[in-house]
Design a protein around this ligand. Structure first.
Ligand SMILES: Cc1cc2nc3c(=O)[nH]c(=O)nc-3n(C[C@H](O)[C@H](O)[C@H](O)COP(=O)(O)O)c2cc1C
Length: 217
């Protein structure tokens, strides 16, 4: 094998940046998430709001992509996208999704499962209105996830929308907005030395009660 890949395989670097004490089991998982999220900003982790969203297609095949999380509400997580995109269609048919955060600089991973629903229209309106004009035009111009013949087709679509809304406030496209994911499962993972990582899991039992377990690493 190429020496570079051999070195990668033999990388036995250790984790040492923190631990998850058993006392954390009495936490509210949403508050614990907020604490970790804040710490990721405080420690200047790269783009802490990046997360992987995985959806399931009608053929049972999972699909993952990165999006930016835009709100962490008491009831869940919000990201914005095109409702007619691949993920949008998959969520419409099967709203169970998985979210994944990885904060390298803290050696922390959070796995979340939950149900996605369209975010309230006013929330999406407010966020859309706050975006730069170019991004607003882009949201109208892109038929996200559809095949196009060339880059030129996209650039022309952008120019057409730019002309259409010249001198006007750009409204939110009806096919664009937020998804709110209400979590039903959290796993907080903290890297530890010798691969003896900490994993504390919260499974939603009833309305606001959670069954909490520690898993082997
Ligand atoms: C760093 C980063 C951030 C992204 N943020 C978003 C986002 O907030 N919303 C979005 O729709 N796509 C975002 N994308 C693009 C998605 O990864 C993806 O290409 C797009 O949403 C189409 O996905 P789909 O065809 O599976 O629906 C982002 C990509 C990267 C690399």
């Amino acid at each position: 094998m190429d020496e570079f890949f051999t070195q990668l395989r033999d990388d036995h670097s250790d984790f040492y940046k923190g631990s998850l004490d058993d006392r954390v089991k009495s936490s509210d998982p949403m508050l614990l998430f907020q604490k970790w999220y804040k710490e990721a900003y405080e420690k200047n982790c790269a783009e802490p709001h990046k997360m992987v969203v995985s959806t399931i297609g009608s053929d049972g095949r999972p699909s993952s992509r990165i999006v930016y999380i835009k709100e962490v509400l008491e009831e869940g997580f919000v990201f914005y996208t095109n409702y007619d995109s691949q993920k949008g269609k998959e969520i419409a048919a099967y709203p169970e999704v998985s979210l994944l955060f990885y904060w390298d600089c803290l050696e922390r991973q959070v796995r979340i499962q939950g149900k996605a629903e369209m975010a309230p229209g006013e929330l999406s309106d407010d966020y859309f209105a706050s975006r730069p004009r170019g991004s607003q035009i882009g949201a109208w111009a892109s038929k996200q996830s559809e095949v196009i013949s060339s880059r030129e087709e996209l650039d022309l679509a952008y120019l057409e929308i730019e002309r259409r809304f010249e001198g006007q406030t750009i409204p939110r496209p009806p096919f664009w907005g937020g998804y709110l994911i209400r979590p039903t499962y959290f796993e907080f993972w903290q890297g530890r030395p010798s691969r003896l990582h900490d994993r504390i899991c919260f499974e939603r039992a009833q309305a606001n009660t959670w069954t909490v377990t520690r898993k082997n690493p």
